[in-house]
Design a protein around this ligand. Structure first.
Ligand code: HEM
Length: 257
């Protein structure tokens, strides 16, 4: 996802359509998981030993998929706004995603405790714990490197490609974890009977794959990257000299934001 950013100009039409389609898919994902928990699973109730579980899929998909995905899109959508404001919005959306996901995790752990079920036995739960733990780490490191005023530009420049790579990996892991969770929930019931609930769960899985795939497409199109603004361009060119001077290497232009 790194590379030379596109030149400044109006937002490409294809990007607007792709982002619009991703939001429709995202809302469809939330509607389907809401309908599933509401219609087939009896709705949400935090105090109920049974219904508390239903908070888990809803919050995990809202936080770890929808909000995390939208946080990744921020740099494609806000192309000409100030870099700092865009970074703050990116960090805030990830923070909100984490908070919502933590509510979903508390719900499932309390549900297991109230019902005497063992914790962390499934592949879904292992992937889920890894995804959330690394998501917290990634958020803290992003905050320190890109929003902490004292962080040196050289650190930002070196860490930025890692941050982008791990951000994309965590998003993919979150979608894979959600798919495993859907399967796990369905398999407890009469999945093989082509019951409506099973078909709804399958449709939710396909929508999640569509949402993830479309976001991946948007994020990897070089011409849809956020263009450098005047001041950032100057900073980038100034910074380009550093590796050459410090290390004697011929580094390519880096955006140290
Ligand atoms: C990225 C999103 C998700 C994450 C990070 C996640 C994480 C977790 C974790 C850590 C547990 C273990 C709780 C414990 O051991 O007490 C768990 C349990 C569970 N989750 Fe999820 N979850 C996610 C999404 C979903 C979804 C979308 C569903 C279903 C539609 C789901 C269904 C389940 C079920 C049935 C359990 C209980 C069985 C088990 O422990 O594996 N999860 N989840």
């Amino acid at each position: 996802m790194e590379g030379s950013p596109s030149t400044a100009g109006p937002r490409p039409l294809g990007l607007s359509y792709a982002v619009g389609a991703s939001q429709l898919l995202g809302v469809a994902v939330l509607a389907v998981v809401g309908a599933w928990m509401g219609h087939f699973r009896g709705g949400l109730a935090w105090e109920s030993p049974q219904l508390q579980f239903n908070v888990h899929p809803l919050c995990m998909i809202l936080g770890m998929v929808f909000l995390q995905g939208d946080a990744l899109l921020v740099y494609r959508v806000f192309r000409t706004e100030s870099k700092r404001a865009t970074k703050v919005l990116h960090g805030l959306l990830h923070g909100l995603a984490l908070l919502v996901a933590l509510v979903g995790l508390v719900a499932v752990f309390q549900y297991h405790k109230k019902n005497g079920f063992p914790d962390l036995y499934s592949l879904h739960s292992w992937c889920g714990i890894l995804a959330v733990a690394f998501y917290v780490l990634q958020w803290l490191m992003g905050l320190g490197a890109f929003l902490f005023p004292g962080a040196p530009f050289s650190l930002r420049s070196r860490y930025k490609p890692q941050h982008a790579f791990f951000g994309a990996t965590l998003f993919l892991l979150s979608i894979a974890t959600a798919l495993l969770g859907i399967l796990e929930l369905l398999i407890f019931k009469t999945y093989s009977a082509f019951a409506p609930e099973g078909l709804l769960g399958n449709a939710l899985g396909l929508l999640l794959v569509g949402f993830g795939g479309l976001l991946g497409y948007i994020l990897t199109r070089e011409e849809w990257r956020r263009p450098l603004q005047g001041e950032e361009m100057a900073l980038s060119m100034d910074f380009k000299k550093l590796p050459e001077e410090e290390e004697g290497g011929g580094g390519s232009p880096v955006d140290p934001r």
